[in-house]
Design a protein around this ligand. Structure first.
Ligand code: ADP
Ligand code: MG
Length: 273
């Protein structure tokens, strides 16, 4: 079977925002699950030393024998780190606290910003010669450090979660500047895929105002789908499950399914262009 080279790489999306607590990890887990549920083959790369994406997907610390630390220090392949999750079609390359020290360890190497990109390119195809994964989602740490730079260098596009709160836009210009710098110095194909508004609370007047402000600032880059604040979403990780497995009917799970189909739709439009 001949596979054209344009189609032999996965689509790589980095979930980035240097603010903590805006929904990067929650979106990585649940968007990844939703994409897998509609037939995509997904790999989540946990690039945060806290390892919340790994924990939220039910990967206990003991089973993280090969982690993204080993991948970043080029002592293991990404394929060796990838673990199957309880969700069919969804794997995760877990992280450990070792990742905290990786920046210093690789700082002196010329390829320090390209480590993750090289690891993704080295993913072997499956038996049919297709890329093993159709989507790779990178869960970034809450910082614009070398780990995030690696994610942006490896990515085709950035997905920015923004929490619907008063300071939502604060820090966004800095993130956009970093994306611009990585595009010009390291990764010319990098684009902003979109901005996803998270933890929307309809009872809070401010939430609505934030949505309006962000749409005014970022225009059509903002996804139509808004993720509501939903207690089921925040409970799910303590059960080691994506919310789609924990409570498929809840508003949060349904919103992530909608976001996945909106993203697939955007991808189709991009490819047709
Ligand atoms: P980040 O990865 O950007 O630091 P998280 O995804 O870990 O952010 O989310 C921060 C906190 O908010 C977590 O406790 C998470 O469970 C909670 N949370 C995220 N999204 C929602 C949501 N839609 N509804 C309720 N709680 C949420
Ligand atoms: Mg996180």
């Amino acid at each position: 079977l001949h596979v054209p080279s344009c189609c032999s790489l996965p689509r790589v999306l980095a979930l980035a925002n240097q603010k903590g607590g805006v929904g990067k990890t929650t979106t990585a887990i649940n968007l990844g699950t939703a994409l897998a549920a509609i037939g995509e083959r997904v790999l989540i790369i946990d690039l945060d030393p806290q390892g919340n994406a790994s924990t939220g997907l039910g990967i206990d610390r003991k089973s993280r024998r090969v982690s993204t630390y080993d991948v970043m220090t080029a002592t293991a392949t990404l394929q060796a780190a990838a673990l199957q999750t309880a969700v069919p079609g969804l794997a995760v390359a877990p992280s450990t606290l070792d990742l905290l020290g990786v920046e210093l360890e690789i700082a002196a190497h010329r390829d320090r910003a390209q480590r993750l990109s090289a690891a993704i390119k080295a993913l072997p195809p499956d038996e049919d010669g297709r890329p093993a994964y159709s989507y790779v989602l990178i869960d970034c740490p809450p910082s614009l450090n070398l780990l995030t730079i690696n994610a942006l260098t490896a990515a085709d596009a950035v997905l920015v979660p923004l929490q619907c709160e008063f300071f939502a836009l604060e820090g966004l210009s800095q993130l956009l500047r970093t994306v611009e710098q990585v595009r010009s110095a390291l990764n010319p194909r990098l684009t902003i895929h979109g901005v996803v508004l998270t933890m929307f609370d309809p009872r809070n007047n401010l939430s609505g105002q934030v949505v309006a402000d962000v749409r005014q600032f970022m225009g059509s880059k903002v996804y139509e789908t808004i993720i509501p604040r939903n207690v089921r979403v925040s409970e799910a990780p303590s059960h080691g499950k994506p919310v789609l497995l924990y409570d498929l009917k809840c508003a949060g799970a349904q919103a992530y399914l909608k976001l996945a189909s909106e993203i697939i739709q955007r991808e189709k439009t991009l490819r047709a262009a």
